[in-house]
Design a protein around this ligand. Structure first.
Ligand code: HEM
Ligand SMILES: *[C@@H]1O[C@H](CO)[C@@H](O)[C@H](O)[C@H]1NC(C)=O
Ligand SMILES: *[C@@H]1O[C@H](CO)[C@@H](O)[C@H](O)[C@H]1NC(C)=O
Length: 319
């Protein structure tokens, strides 16, 4: 009897796993957890090793990889449009001022190169970007999670599309609306903003806040920001005190009124999102859980399947 219940339970777990991982993505958009199992079994491992090696020598690049995935997905879906170089006739997303110092391109190139040697023409650049972001989160101490693969690479990358990225001047209600238009709840938006636990912002992204410092910005921290900016527009200010560690420090910083961007601080100032920020500041496990779920969701935004996309030979240009 005991055994029977146990078996039933195990079967149920297996069934749920299959539904969650394989079937739903498989039927919805051609993605699946086991997409490359037969065609390029070492793809995930190659990406992980490449990312780990690169981050061991420069841990600050984790932020670059996570941000790259975000920018990729929010423009034209997760289709590696962010990696396309401009040509004589086309100015690509990359060259927008909104590319804002994206970093880590060389890591994607290195992974792609190795993968192409093993299984040419099989693994998309979009999947490599998604895997690399996932591995960067884990490398930095964040949650480990599985992502479905099978994204195809897009054939369009235009500078004007970068208007779909949120500027750092948005307030909480505008952020809720903008992410809402892309299918995210306020809670998911706040969780995703928690990616700012990694990395830096340049002075140019927050200096307008210093013109008239209000009560939403800690006065001592305002001085810190001014000092950073005294070194110029490109001077870097870490989002929190642990810029290379994925933790919930960012949310605690917001509660202390030491958020760097206006769009960060507004999350804890607005009654619409303050409770969520407090929750994540108090409970890192909850932040990690919501973050990984939101990342998986972001990672399947408007993905291209089948003939709607291609597998690029070089991530820098369409075939
Ligand atoms: C909620 C709306 C968001 C706004 C307004 C925003 C804006 C910005 C800005 C202005 C910077 C600094 C860029 C610079 O000065 O060079 C930045 C950096 C960063 N953003 Fe966001 N972001 C948002 C959401 C996200 C999301 C959803 C992710 C990823 C899931 C993300 C990941 C990052 C990372 C990791 C950095 C640091 C990059 C580095 O150190 O190189 N951001 N963001
Ligand atoms: C980002 O855009 C600027 C132009 O605004 C360009 O000069 C720079 O090369 C771009 N950065 C990358 C990494 O493509
Ligand atoms: C957010 O900004 C919009 C547009 O500037 C404004 O209408 C709205 O009142 C602001 N919301 C809050 C809560 O400040």
């Amino acid at each position: 009897m005991k055994m029977g219940i146990y078996n039933l339970f195990a079967f149920y777990i297996l069934l749920m796993k299959m539904i969650v991982s394989g079937w739903s993505y498989g039927s919805a958009d051609g993605l699946s957890m086991y997409y490359y199992t037969m065609t390029c079994p070492f793809a995930e491992m190659i990406v992980k090793n490449t990312v780990n090696r690169a981050l061991q020598s420069d841990p600050t690049l984790a932020a670059g990889l996570v941000r790259m995935h975000f920018h990729d997905c929010f423009i034209e879906g997760c289709d590696a449009s962010i990696l396309i170089d401009s040509t004589k006739d086309n100015t690509a997303e990359k060259d927008s001022p909104a590319n804002l110092s994206l970093r880590g391109y060389e890591i994607i190139d290195a992974a792609k190169e190795q993968i192409e040697r093993q299984c040419p023409g099989v693994v998309s650049c979009a999947d490599i970007v998604a895997m690399a972001a996932r591995d960067a989160v884990f490398f930095s101490g964040g949650p480990v999670y599985d992502i479905p693969t099978g994204r195809k690479d897009g054939r369009r990358s235009k500078i004007e599309d970068t208007i779909n990225l949120p500027p750092p001047t948005l307030n909480s209600s505008e952020l809720i609306r903008m992410f809402g238009q892309r299918g995210f709840t306020a809670q998911e938006m706040v969780a995703l903003s928690g990616a700012h636990t990694l990395g830096i912002a340049r002075c140019t992204s927050f200096k307008s806040r210093l013109n008239n410092v209000d009560s939403t910005l800690d006065t001592q921290f305002a001085k810190t920001l001014s000092k950073t900016c005294s070194a110029g527009d490109n001077a870097a200010q870490p989002f929190d005190s642990t810029r290379n560690t994925f933790d919930n420090d960012y949310f605690n910083a917001l509660l202390r009124k030491t958020g760097v961007l206006f769009s960060d601080q507004t999350l804890s100032d607005s009654p619409m999102t303050r409770g969520i920020v407090m929750g994540y500041a108090m409970n890192q496990a909850m932040f990690f859980f919501n973050f990984q779920q939101a990342m998986v969701k972001m990672g399947v935004m408007d993905v291209k399947e089948g003939s709607k996309g291609e597998v690029r030979g070089s991530c820098h240009k369409i075939n």
